[in-house]
Design a protein around this ligand. Structure first.
Ligand code: 5RP
Length: 232
């Protein structure tokens, strides 16, 4: 029986087969995306030429260590493909992302890409989004008021949520690459992901939320039965 990490690697390596020479590639963040970046590094060292745009400082460091040429979205504003993990996805390829705290850059990079492939082990594929707490990136100014506004949105949708400010491993408040806080909103089940996403995005102190809708074009899911592809 493969471990969860082996399944993540299987998904990452299956997606690697879709990478072509000369591509402008968005590089995701998280443990599954790390497997992809490491596999990509091997191919680059074997002569594959392409350019990557990382979605976090951690991915940038790993990609540099792997010898992958990097650029910013200022230098290359549109990408061919982004490959990234997810915390949850449903059959319509709606995602919850941000478990690693990189959701803002991940969403900007995915939105700048023509295609997005999600790589995941089978545990991430769910019937309904929301068991995984929704990460919401929030500006530090007005944090308390923004938190109350998020609670109000949850009530308005008849889905009162438990909100928790994310902490780093050392117990201090987690700070994103962009210098913001993260609130994890436990809904249990998100009945109307599109509508709740729009309502959260309309709160002035919300920088971004982890609902990725209409961005993923395919997903590769690895389980003990093997790898299978889903398409939007
Ligand atoms: C980071 C993310 C990751 O893609 C998500 O948390 C999945 O992580 P992992 O591959 O480690 O399970 O959204 O912000």
């Amino acid at each position: 029986m493969p471990t969860a990490d082996e399944l993540k690697q299987m998904a990452a390596l299956a997606a690697l087969e879709k990478v072509e020479p000369g591509m402008r590639l968005g590089l995701g963040s998280g443990s599954t995306a790390n497997h992809f970046v490491k596999g990509l590094g091997e191919r680059v060292r074997a002569g594959l030429d392409l350019i990557g745009v990382p979605t976090s400082e951690r991915t940038a460091q790993l990609a540099i260590a792997e010898g992958i040429r990097l650029a910013t979205l200022d230098e290359i504003p549109s990408l061919d493909l982004t490959i990234d993990g997810a915390d949850e996805l449903d059959a319509q390829l709606r995602l919850i992302k941000g478990g690693g705290g990189a959701l803002l850059r991940e969403k900007i990079v995915a939105a700048a890409s023509r295609r997005m492939i999600v790589i995941a082990d089978g545990s991430k594929l769910v019937e309904h989004l929301g068991a995984f707490p929704l990460p919401i990136e929030v500006n530090l100014f007005g944090f308390g008021a923004t938190r109350v506004a998020i609670e109000a949105v949850a009530y308005r949708f008849g889905q009162p949520a438990t909100l928790t400010r994310r902490l780093a491993a050392d117990g201090t408040p987690f700070v994103t690459d962009g210098g913001h806080a993260i609130i994890d909103a436990s809904f249990g089940l998100i009945r109307e992901p599109e509508a709740i996403g729009l309502a959260l995005a309309a709160i002035p102190g919300v920088v971004e939320h982890g609902l990725f809708i209409g961005l993923a074009t395919s997903a590769v899911i690895a389980s003990s039965e093997g790898v299978r592809w889903l398409h939007a």
